[in-house]
Structures are given as structure tokens and as C-alpha cells.
Design a binder for this molecule. Structure first.
Ligand code: NAD
Length: 362
């Protein structure tokens, strides 16, 4: 039976990347019944919002979506569509596999790390108090009373909530992913030596889940600063990382750098009721409509989606076809050529043609 999937082309370069990705996904032979839904700057005039309710309804009904990037408009009353999607659908895990492909220019080879970043809590919960505001001064007063510490009056304050429930579900996700994908180890990342009651709780809850529910998968923990150093010296030692929101954000970009940058960095935001697959990069508006940018990160997000749909064999074939095109280095976009003005660079849709040809030849 065909998989019914919400397809959000997005804006900027999103529609061209989505079209290239749809074509290679269909070329695997897996059947899709696409529920195409527009969102982003291009629908603002029609619906008065970049994320109309019927788009959310479509994802809730289909439980799975793949989307092109969407521009966050600065200076409007609308929140980022990407943030809104995560909140509305409770997509609590940001999944970022970072794998080296031969032929990508990078200082590192053989990186194969999967990042599971908690998406809802921590300093990103949006509980912030502006310097000088009456409620901030009141909060400072209460905090001084309760903690017996002095806080400067001209401070701004951001709150960092980390809960047992929020931690356990992201850690369970990381272990479940490790088990399903046959990975060997999960590393919990924290700064529990300094933040005992937020990061300390994260570590304790992670340990409990590891010991009681997943004794078959190796577990260890690392302090985030130590991990950062080790990632750039010995990345091959790491497998699946599970992190609170802020460290997850920073370490995701560090690992994208290890594998050669945004052009090949896929991702997904996943919850218990829905999953949205998308590239890590943004909508690159200056390249809109030019058939120029690299579709591989979104195609690799399509590979993740195939695995999520239990289409592992098709996922393996598509990943191998993309890897072969990268290694050959012929039918790749400007950003994967030795120099950015290389005249042999091809366009977005030609990359899709090359991947489809490899799929056919396999
Ligand atoms: P960007 O990722 O769009 O661009 C950063 C740089 O990378 C640019 O030089 C761009 O040309 C290049 N680039 C990006 N994708 C590329 C690709 N596929 N192939 C080749 N080169 C590529 O980041 P930005 O400029 O900071 O953001 C542009 C817009 O995208 C903003 O409105 C931002 O909010 C939004 N954004 C959306 C998402 C999302 O939809 N998930 C993620 C990040 C940013």
C-alpha cells in the first residue's frame, strides 16, 4: 500500500529541493500518496499566516511529513514555522545523523554519529525575563530570598527547566533508535558537575532508563566541554549522542562541520504522534528559482523518512545512490566542487537525474 505523506515544498529554494527529493524517493519503487500542503511566506497573502491550520491537520492525520525549508520573516508577529511545528506537534526529538561520505571535502573521514537533541525544554523553553522590567526585579527579589545569593539588579534572566519526563522520553528515543538501527552505544551529554539540578537530573534520568530498560545497549556519559574536544580529536569514538536542547543545538552544528557542512546534513523532528523530515539548512532565498543549490541534505532526510517507514531496503539503496554520485563528483552542485565557480557544476534537478540513474543501475 502507498504511504500517505504530507509534502510541504516550503519557500525560497524549498520547492526545487522538494521536487528533486520527491523524484528520487519515487524512483526507489516505494509508493507514495503525497498530500501536498503549502506553507511559508508564499501563502501569507492567501491565509494570513505562514502555517495554516489545515497544514497541521494534514500532518496530524498522516503522522509523517517531509518539508522544504521555510523562511522566518523578521519583524512580523508570526513565530518561525519551524518552531511552531515542533511545539504544536510535540516533536520532542531533533534527530541529526552525521555521516561522512567519500568525496565530500572535509578534514575528517569515517564520522558516523547520530545526534538526538531534546527539542522542547532547557533554555529554549522561552521563559525569559528582560533586564529592568518590574517582573524581573520581583523575580530577582524572590531568588535572592530563596537562594541567599546576590543577583545584580541589571541582570536579564533565562530559565532552564529540565524534567524527568522530558528527559526520559528523549533518552528512550535515543536507545530505541540505537537498538533498531543496530548501533553500539549511547552517550548522554551534560554539565552535571555545575548544574546539579537540571543537568544532574538529566544524567540521573538517563542512567535510570539505560539500566532498567536498555541493558543490551552500552551507555556512557560525557561532560559537554570534554565531549567537544573529543569530537574534534577522536570523532570515531562516538555513536549515538543524547543531549539537552542547548548543547544539542551547538553539538549538531559541530558535527555538521565534521562531515563537510550543511549541503549533506539531513534531519528530522520526531514526536510520538508525528515526524517531520527536513534538511538542516535554510531556504537560501537568494538562490530561489535558479536550479542551483544542493538537494542532497533533503534527499538524505528522505532516506531517514524511508527508515522511519520501515522501508530499510529502499533507504539503503537510495543512500548508496546518493553516496555514489557524491564520490564520483561529476553531477554535483557548485558547493561540492573544488572551487565555487567550477563550470562543471550541475543544477539541483540534474543531481536528482544522476541519483535516479544510479538507482536504476543498482
Ligand atoms: P541558509 O541555510 O538558508 O543559508 C546559509 C548559507 O548556506 C547560504 O550561503 C546559502 O546560500 C547556503 N546554502 C544553504 N542551503 C544550501 C544548499 N542546499 N546548497 C548549497 N548552499 C546552501 O541559512 P540562512 O541564510 O541563515 O537562512 C535563510 C532563511 O531560512 C531564514 O529565514 C531562516 O530562518 C530560514 N531557515 C529555515 C530552516 C528550516 O526551514 N528548517 C532552517 C534554517 C533556517
Amino acid at each position: 500500500m502507498a504511504h500517505r505523506v504530507t509534502l510541504i515544498p516550503g519557500d525560497g529554494v524549498g520547492p526545487e529541493l522538494s521536487e528533486a527529493t520527491r523524484r528520487v524517493l519515487e524512483a526507489t519503487g516505494v509508493e507514495f500518496d503525497w498530500d501536498v500542503q503549502d506553507a511559508g511566506v508564499d501563502v501569507m497573502d492567501r491565509y494570513g499566516t505562514p502555517l495554516p491550520e489545515h497544514v497541521l491537520e494534514s500532518i496530524r492525520a498522516n503522522r509523517i511529513a517531509i518539508k522544504g525549508p521555510i523562511t522566518t520573516q523578521v519583524g512580523t508577529r508570526f513565530r518561525s514555522v519551524n518552531v511552531q511545528l515542533r511545539k504544536e506537534l510535540d516533536l520532542y526529538c531533533c534527530l541529526r545523523p552525521c555521516r561522512s561520505y567519500k568525496g565530500v571535502r572535509s578534514r575528517y573521514q569515517d564520522v558516523d554519529i547520530v545526534i538526538c537533541r531534546e527539542n522542547m525544554e532547557d533554555l529554549y523553553a522561552g521563559i525569559e525575563f528582560e533586564m529592568g522590567k518590574p517582573e524581573t526585579l520581583k523575580l530577582i527579589e524572590v531568588l535572592e530570598l530563596l537562594s541567599h545569593r546576590k543577583i545584580r539588579e541589571d541582570s536579564g534572566i533565562s530559565i532552564k527547566p529540565i524534567s524527568v519526563e522530558g528527559t526520559k522520553r528523549i533518552v528512550r528515543f535515543a536507545f530505541g533508535y540505537a537498538r533498531k538501527q543496530g548501533r553500539r552505544k549511547v552517550t548522554a551529554v551534560h554539565k552535571a558537575n555545575i548544574m546539579k539540578f537540571s543537568d544532574g537530573l538529566f544524567l540521573a534520568a538517563a542512567r535510570e532508563v539505560a539500566e532498567t530498560e536498555f541493558p543490551d545497549v552500552e551507555f556512557e556519559d560525557r561532560i559537554v566541554d570534554n565531549l567537544s574536544m573529543q569530537l574534534v580529536t577522536r570523532p570515531e569514538e562516538y555513536d549515538v549522542l543524547v543531549l539537552p536542547n542547548l548543547y544539542g543545538d551547538i553539538v549538531s552544528d559541530l558535527c555538521a562541520g565534521l562531515i563537510g557542512g550543511l549541503g549533506v546534513a539531513p534531519g528530522a523532528n520526531i514526536g510520538d504522534d508525528a515526524a517531520v523530515f527536513e534538511a538542516t539548512h535554510g531556504s537560501a532565498p537568494k538562490y530561489k528559482g535558479l536550479n542551483k543549490v544542493n538537494p542532497m541534505a533533503m534527499m538524505l532526510s528522505g532516506v531517514l523518512m524511508l527508515r522511519h517507514l520501515d522501508e530499510d531496503e529502499a533507504a539503503d539503496r537510495l543512500e548508496a545512490a546518493i553516496a555514489a554520485v557524491i564520490e564520483e563528483g561529476k553531477s554535483v552542485t557548485y558547493d561540492m566542487k573544488p572551487t565555487r565557480d567550477d563550470p562543471t557544476a550541475v543544477g539541483t534537478s540534474q543531481v536528482a537525474d544522476a541519483v535516479i540513474e544510479k538507482l536504476g543501475a543498482a
